[in-house]
Design a protein around this ligand. Sequence first.
Ligand code: ATR
Length: 285
Amino acid sequence: MGNGSESKVFVVGWPIDHSRSPIIHNYWIEQHGLKGSYERQACPPEDFERFLASMEGAGFIGGNVTIPHKEAAFRGVGWCDGTAQALGAVNTLWLDGGQICGSNTDGYGFLANLDDLAPGWSSVENLDRGALVIGAGGASRAVVHALVERGFKTVVIANRTLERAQQLAENFGPACLATGLADALDRLPAPAFVVNTTSLGMGKNVELPIDVSGLPEDTLVHDIVYTPLVTPLLGAARKSGLRTVDGLGMLLHQAVPGFERWFGIRPEVTAELRALVLAGTKDAP
Ligand code: ATR
């Protein structure tokens, strides 16, 4: 942690050029007048084990792990917390007495963003009504775990490939039910909350994962995709008069615990930071 000498932190992935995490952490480093750096590290899968082993020698105090290394990071750490264990994936690393430790802050970021932008979204009444999660990949895992931890009584996981949804549902207990995409709203006709965790809506993929026109008027619709910021799902939900939350805040909030761990200061997610990341104007060297 910060002790006067420069604290070096990384984000490692493959590819890594697109990562906006340096904008976030370097903004906070500058804002708090810290001696530190946060830099991208491109690392192909076959080199990841070596990268972890060389982390301390290279002078890093910790870092973030992104696609495709989160599961390898889980296997490579000497210790990890309960959330990382439940997910089998690590996105935040730090050194403790020479031991590499890991956590997973994706679920925290997901919840903190909604708490920030849609207060009351997980009221007791909404926990009873249940949530619909579209997708059953790695991102969905973190989201489903977070929703169950928050206390949603029913979490329906709808996925193109039913078996993946079933596996996830079995993993996270009796609150979770698996279904195909077409049946999603038959299983839970009036969810308090709907979230897309698939790549549908990203880039050229403009397909809608579900038809939102029949949802109750107070359902909150969220997409963890943030490129574009208003995905086709969010656009359709808004057209139907539904409340929406975009996915950019999850990226911002998931960075908070790591920064606090490395630098000893709990940073804030501000409107200025959000605008900066959105514009991508201020980048890491
Ligand atoms: P991530 O770790 O980002 O979640 P992933 O593990 O590859 O990525 O999962 C991608 C998710 O998007 C899966 O739920 C996937 O559905 P399948 O399990 O059926 O593959 C979903 N997905 C991707 N492209 C899709 C498409 N064109 N239509 C429907 N679902 C799609």
